[in-house]
Design a protein around this ligand. Structure first.
Ligand code: GLA
Length: 697
């Protein structure tokens, strides 16, 4: 037995590897001292055989399989000529590099090799993937190959899973890890709203976050304490869900899984910071060259399908007057698309709406100092479209069946077909060549059925080709809001649309949930109309605008329908966003705790500045809400604290010493983090911003 340690800055993993035997991870936790005796560490965690176990207790390890009497779910499921292959993998070798470990397994009788790769990078985030190779002479079907198989240290006793639906994504459910474990699977061809590709495991405050970086279907299992597991650890498995026959390897062929991504942190704020560091350094395309995230005005909740050149130009005037920097024309600009029943696939500018093409509108937008963005939904086709009439066989369908069930009146194109991808590339490439388009909102509003093998790969290939041809164009992954958010798509796009729900009360739940994994600069965050078109809730502009600042801010409402006062308030908050985005989009995110669960607090600190958002959604149960305690400050440093104006309505009435707040209070990091600030958090739908500036020592 040999021991290999993989060290991050604050993290160590210890692997126990036995040539001709098994591979296990015997330690995952805080960084161990340099001289730690790894054999003794393994001995300290080893268990003897208990009754009712095979005589040689099986170790699920890093490649759990049924050999030797282990009864859990195997990481690799293979078939030859329809029959299940009974595998018995043995470690054949490994290569350890600084921050990386590749372990090779072979089963000579079955003619299969598996290589499992672990890599540790920015933020101490771990990336794991497996490659499976067919070394025999007959084809090999891969039914499942886990990207990650990890025996989870037994101190993790609780899990947070995510569930949701359209407009109510990422609802957190924390529960004990029960003996029956948990299992998540998607079957709609994309990660979807149900959130099964995200997971937290808790050991008290300590938290392990996991994600499958894949834009197609996922499969996740957490299996605690199976009868034959040697030592009571739960096994966490994450894989892309494959269709039957989707992956068949010819002799000598191999396939590599998507990556599973793992991070371990002492608390949830530190976990968010780890994932953000990983995305910023290793995932987001060209992140270090991104300029400031421009304020959007999007036409959807302002005009819907009621589009005209004049109306859009007037909306652009209003947008510019507020301080918007990008004007995004949403659905309805193409083909015969005057409502959502028609024309997806006909990606040519509608002469009914734009008799002279998009050029006059784009010129107008540019003359106002903004750039121009456009909505597309490339992978879809309406039955009532020229594309469908020309190529009825291009959509996903079951050969020989008449039925072609629609969703939102649309069908999905078969992205595995090269001619489909070529056609879409040509259409989008022409749009981008002929028009000065800085940004594409890439939507995807239908589930993929019947099943769609190769769909996610086809989508990635089209995106990659388009990005290579137009590297300056920013892209958003939308998918009805929240329907296709994963690190694989994030390696190709510049932001995501977290939810169609712009209601600020709902966003106060949705944004902290997404920002557990994603940094604020990729999370579109728009001020919507009041009443909100989805929830019907009426909210004041001050509250809506403050909440929207904590993301990539935009406006998705018609300013012409706002009062002068609302427009002024919105404009002032857009100015605050532009002044603070350098902090919000580069800094460390902290989740602020408060005893009232209706108070949400987020804070971002960067270099010598920090900004916090503290928002109250329901009527306070007490007259004087507990002070909000800040986080992430240098204990000894002194900070000037102000409450950036405009203040919420009635603030002056409740704020004890407004003049002092205007001048700024000077307090130590320790005082701010321990004692906190007593803010008037009494009325529902009140939000405050807190600005901090570190003073020179
Ligand atoms: C989806 C998107 C919305 C909007 C509409 C347009 O629902 O999530 O933001 O673009 O499509 O049809």
């Amino acid at each position: 037995m040999e021991f290999v340690r993989l060290d991050g800055e604050r993290l160590t993993l210890v692997f126990a590897l036995e040539k001709g035997g098994a591979a296990d991870c015997v330690y995952l936790g805080a960084r161990l001292p340099a001289g730690e005796d790894l054999a003794m560490l393994a001995a300290a965690g080893a268990r003897g055989r208990h009754e009712s176990q095979p005589d040689v207790p099986p170790v699920p390890g890093l490649l759990p399989e049924r050999k030797g009497g282990w009864s859990g779910t195997p990481a690799v499921v293979l078939r030859r000529a329809s029959a299940r292959v009974a595998t018995h993998f043995r470690v054949s070798g490994w290569e350890a590099d600084a921050g990386a470990l590749a372990i090779r397994f072979a089963d000579r009788l079955a003619g299969v090799e598996v290589a499992v790769r672990w890599r540790i990078g920015a933020g101490d985030v771990l990336r794991c993937a497996a490659t499976i190779t067919n070394t025999a002479a007959a084809p090999l079907e891969v039914e499942r190959c886990a990207a990650l198989a990890l025996p989870v240290p037994a101190r993790f006793t609780e899990a947070t899973t995510y569930a949701g639906r359209w407009a109510a994504e990422m609802q957190e459910h924390r529960r004990a890890i029960l003996p029956d474990g948990l299992r998540r699977v998607s079957a709609i061809g994309k990660p979807g709203f149900a959130g099964g590709n995200w997971l937290l495991l808790h050991a008290g405050e300590e938290v392990l976050g996991a994600h499958l970086s894949w834009s197609g279907d996922h499969w996740l299992a957490l299996e605690p304490d199976r009868q034959c597991a040697a030592d009571g650890r739960a096994v966490l498995l994450m894989a892309a869900a494959l269709e039957s026959g989707e992956v068949v390897l010819a002799p000598d062929d191999s396939v590599t899984t998507p990556e599973a991504v793992l991070a371990l942190a002492p608390n949830r704020s530190a976990l968010a910071q780890a994932f953000h560091a990983h995305l910023r350094a290793e995932v987001l395309p060209g992140r270090k060259d991104w300029g400031p995230r421009k304020v959007h005005l999007n036409s959807w909740e302002a005009l819907g399908f009621d589009l005209s050149e004049d109306g859009l130009m007037a909306l652009a005037d209003q947008a510019a007057a507020l301080g918007a920097e990008r004007f995004v024309l949403d659905d309805g600009w193409f083909g015969g698309r005057r409502d959502d029943t028609t024309s997806l696939g006909d990606w040519t500018v509608s002469p009914d709406v734009f008799p002279n093409g998009l050029a006059p509108l784009i010129a107008h937008v540019k003359s106002l100092g903004m750039d121009f963005g456009l909505w597309v939904e490339p992978e879809m086709v309406s039955p009532d479209s020229d594309l469908y009439r020309a190529h009825p066989d291009w959509c996903l369908h079951t050969e020989g069946r008449e039925e072609r069930p629609t969703m939102r009146g649309q069908l999905a194109l078969d992205m595995a077909r090269e001619e489909v991808r070529n056609h879409l590339f040509a259409a989008l490439d022409a749009l981008l060549r002929e028009n000065a388009i800085a940004y594409l909102k890439w939507d995807h509003n239908r589930d993929l059925f019947p099943c769609a093998p190769g769909q996610a790969e086809g989508f990635h290939a089209l995106l990659d080709r388009l990005r290579a041809a137009h590297p300056q164009v920013e892209i958003e992954s939308c998918a009805s809001g929240g329907g296709r958010i994963d690190f694989a798509v994030l390696s190709r796009v510049h932001r995501v649309w977290p939810s169609d729900n712009n209601d600020a009360v709902e966003r106060l739940r949705i944004m902290p949930a997404w920002s557990q994994f994603l940094p604020l600069e990729v999370l579109g965050s728009h001020v919507g109309p009041s009443p909100n078109p989805i929830t019907g809730r009426r909210l004041g502009m001050d509250f809506r605008a403050k909440v929207a600042i904590f993301g990539h801010m935009g406006v998705e409402a018609d300013p012409a329908r706002m009062s002068d006062r609302e427009r002024e308030t919105l404009k002032a908050h857009i100015a605050l966003y532009t002044a603070w985005r350098g902090v919000l989009h580069a800094g460390a995110l902290h989740r602020l705790a408060h005893p009232d669960q209706n108070v949400t607090g987020l804070m971002v600190s960067h270099e010598d500045r920090a900004l916090a958002l503290v928002a109250q959604t329901a009527f306070s149960p007490v007259f004087d809400a507990a002070p909000i305690r800040l986080a992430g400050l240098a204990p000894e440093a002194r900070y000037r604290v102000t409450l950036p104006e405009p203040w919420p309505p009635k603030a002056k009435h409740y704020l004890a010493n407004p003049d002092q707040w205007r001048a700024g209070l000077v307090l130590s990091g320790t005082a701010l983090m321990t004692h906190g600030l007593a803010l008037p958090l009494t009325h529902p739908e009140t939000a405050w911003l807190i600005a901090l500036e570190r003073l020179a020592a």
